[in-house]
Ligand binder design. Structure first.
Ligand SMILES: Cc1cc2nc3c(=O)[nH]c(=O)nc-3n(C[C@H](O)[C@H](O)[C@H](O)COP(=O)(O)OP(=O)(O)OC[C@H]3O[C@@H](n4cnc5c(N)ncnc54)[C@H](O)[C@@H]3O)c2cc1C
Length: 633
């Protein structure tokens, strides 16, 4: 350990119950296709804490959750696979994947067939997919954070089906205004800020305010050319496409990136585009180099004011850049994000597993993971159980039962029998699990590449540094995580958010794993590889360095102020939404691959948000509903 490491507090006493530093090398080997790994050990490590929400270190797609599946995709697994053990377990429905889509599918099936025997299988040690809960405990108090899916929040209005489920789960959307302390941070004088790092901008400098403010521009280490060009962009009324109609302009904007729009049409210095580069990370998992200019217009980025563009969505416009008042008003953030939605679903499916009966008590209710897979219960959730093969017994169309093979404890291949199966897992996983699917459908499924993201929660001793600096959320565009912010001030039931800066709080950091300059899908592939090969130690060091430099002026000391770190890495994060730069069919109106991908096959139906190429919880629910209807008819 270097002096720098010691100053940053590397090796200090934060909880590292998942001891992932120790397996980082092995994970790399598995990702590269080696079968020399002891998967059972990896799985055991994933399960080291009996209570997954409280595990810290490298979580999300944790060690032990993906290696064996990658080995199967590489073809290595079946060469050495053990003979499957027939368990004799028979189910009316087996659901592959216990994310929100899988849980919702089980819910709809149970409603239609009360008493049905249902088994959900998931490769992770927790349910919910990215709708995950993180907990930290300090001095007897539990602090809750969201490890993925942040909120009930969708760019398009929820369908009647999704709204009905939200209501059925007891979520009163109108309550959000009452549980959110919306004025808290403002009352403390906290604003947003940008931290310019010396590696990217030549100097470390924290600048509060917004890029549109003159004081901000004067204080930021931008250089005269960037400052002048930024001023042009923000103030000049310029139409780079004179003489064209709104429709013609939008057609062109759909085919160029926002970066090109700024540098080639406006002819601005590249430093201006760099200022906006990470603005779209949260929506698309890539920067503005891969975001169409038409979508930048829809999102309100500057440069379009004098172009006379109408408000109607143009061909190829992304869902996220189409404004809907109705959708904006339908919003709820729980302290653990949409993990509450997952937990409410689990409570309905297996009431013993999560005590309580209301929205107020679910937030602090402790899930009993030992009760998720109890013999004799009609619904069972079997975690850390990657499904390796799903096939009809007999011919696909006429076979009356489906055999599902999964790996238990990382070493024992087991089979169960199902009358019906919902594949609610990631679509890219399905072709290798269901070899009997038609080739064209497999190609369509494989198109649904997921967007790699990281949501990290850092539990800190106090937030006086934020108060002294007058900041609530800091954009850090040049660093590994590109944003840092104080948790949402939400209180629900007996859970109270923090109001006193002298007390601990959960910080939320985000990263979109992307490679600016590459086509969007290549960026996602490269980002996934990066996430799977980056060790916790590397990420921890970057977090300590980042927080120390950005907040040091307020007295933050990474060596003493950090109490815990949970890195939720999601190599398979958002569902991929079609992009007019990459997907011609999306602009021309051709059939999108998700339509063929989600076709039922005999007794197997296909759900997941991928089925709608729409990266929101409502898509996961809608497609669970559709898939179950297909099996019931
Ligand atoms: C960081 C992040 C933030 C997000 N924020 C929001 C938000 O604020 N609002 C919103 O609406 N949406 C958000 N989303 C998207 C939202 O999480 C998803 O749209 C939704 O939860 C997807 O649910 P799903 O069940 O379709 O897929 P998933 O949740 O991905 O579930 C699929 C499950 O299948 C499992 N699986 C995969 N392969 C196998 C196998 N072989 N065997 C067994 N199981 C397998 C996976 O591990 C996973 O648990 C966010 C996503 C991420 C990653």
């Amino acid at each position: 350990m270097t002096n720098d490491d010691l100053q940053l507090g590397m090796g200090s006493a934060i909880t590292r119950r998942d001891f992932l530093n120790g397996v980082a090398v092995g994970v790399g080997a598995a990702a590269a296709g080696s079968l020399s790994l002891d998967f059972a050990t990896l799985l055991a490590q994933g399960r080291a804490g009996a209570y997954p929400p409280a595990l810290t270190g490298l979580r999300g797609s944790h060690a032990g959750s993906f290696e064996v599946f990658h080995a199967m995709k590489d073809g290595a697994f079946w060469k050495t696979a053990p003979q499957p053990q027939v368990t004799g377990e028979e189910y009316d429905l087996v659901v592959v994947g216990a994310g929100i889509s899988g849980l919702a599918a089980a819910h709809y099936f149970q409603k239609a067939r009360p008493g049905a025997r249902i088994l959900l299988l998931d490769n992770h040690d927790d349910f919910g997919g990215p709708a995950k809960r993180n907990e930290f405990t300090h001095n007897g108090r539990t602090y809750i954070g969201y490890g993925g899916t942040q909120s009930i929040d969708s760019p398009a209005p929820f369908s009647a089906v999704s709204k009905a489920l939200v209501t059925e789960l007891g979520i009163d959307m109108a309550r959000y205004n009452k549980v959110l302390d919306s004025g808290l941070y403002k009352s403390l004088g906290l604003r947003s800020a940008v931290f310019f790092d010396k590696e990217t901008y030549g100097a470390d400098r924290l600048v509060t305010g917004d890029v549109r403010d003159e004081a901000f521009q004067a204080a930021a280490p931008l250089g005269d050319t960037v400052r002048r060009d930024l001023m042009r962009l923000l103030t000049e009324r310029f139409d780079p496409m004179p003489g064209l109609s709104s429709t013609e302009k939008k057609a062109r904007l759909a085919r160029m990136s926002y970066t090109d729009f700024l540098t080639k049409l406006w002819k601005l210095d590249a430093g201006v585009a760099r200022l906006y580069q990470t603005r779209t990370h949260g929506l698309f998992g890539v920067g503005v180099d891969a975001v169409p200019a038409q979508d930048a217009f829809g999102l309100g980025l500057p440069g379009f004011a004098a172009m006379g563009l109408d408000d109607k969505p143009g061909p190829g416009q992304n869902y996220d850049s189409i404004r809907s008042e109705e959708a904006q008003n339908y919003y709820f953030h729980f302290p653990d994000g949409n993990a509450t939605v997952a937990r409410l679903l689990v409570r309905r499916l297996i009431p013993n597993a999560i005590p309580g009966s209301s929205l107020d008590d679910v937030v602090t209710a402790r899930a009993d993971y030992a009760k998720l897979d109890a013999a004799g219960e009609p619904v069972r959730i079997r975690l850390s159980s990657p499904v390796m093969r799903v096939r009809h017994v007999g011919a696909a169309g006429s076979g009356q039962r489906v055999e599902v093979a999964y790996l238990q404890d990382g070493k024992t291949l087991k089979t169960v029998s199902a009358r019906s199966v919902v594949m609610a897992c990631w679509h890219t996983a399905i072709p290798s699990i269901c070899p009997e699917l038609p080739a064209a459908q497999k190609t369509a499924l494989d198109y649904a590449i997921k967007v790699p993201l990281v949501y990290t929660n850092v539990f800190i001793r106090n937030w006086t540094a934020f108060q002294k600096l007058g900041v609530q959320r800091v954009s850090t565009p040049g660093m590994w995580h590109t944003s840092v912010g104080l948790d949402f001030p939400v209180s629900l039931g007996s859970y109270q958010h923090q109001t006193n800066p002298a007390e601990p709080i959960v910080l939320h950091l985000t990263k979109a794993a992307c490679r600016p300059g590459l086509p969007i899908r290549d960026q996602h592939h490269a980002g996934r590889a990066e996430l799977l090969s980056t060790s916790f130690a590397t990420i921890e060091r970057s977090i300590r360095d980042q927080l120390g430099r950005a907040l040091g002026g307020g007295g933050f000391d990474p060596a003493t102020d950090i109490l815990g770190i949970t890195v939720n890495r999601w190599p398979h994060g958002y569902a991929y939404q079609y992009n007019s730069l990459a997907d011609d069919f999306w602009v021309t109106g051709g059939e999108p691959p998700c339509q063929l991908a989600r076709q039922p096959h005999g007794r197997i139906a296909i759900a997941n948000a991928d089925a709608g190429a729409y990266s929101y919880t409502d898509a996961a629910i809608d497609h669970a509903h559709r898939a179950v209807q297909e099996l019931l008819t």
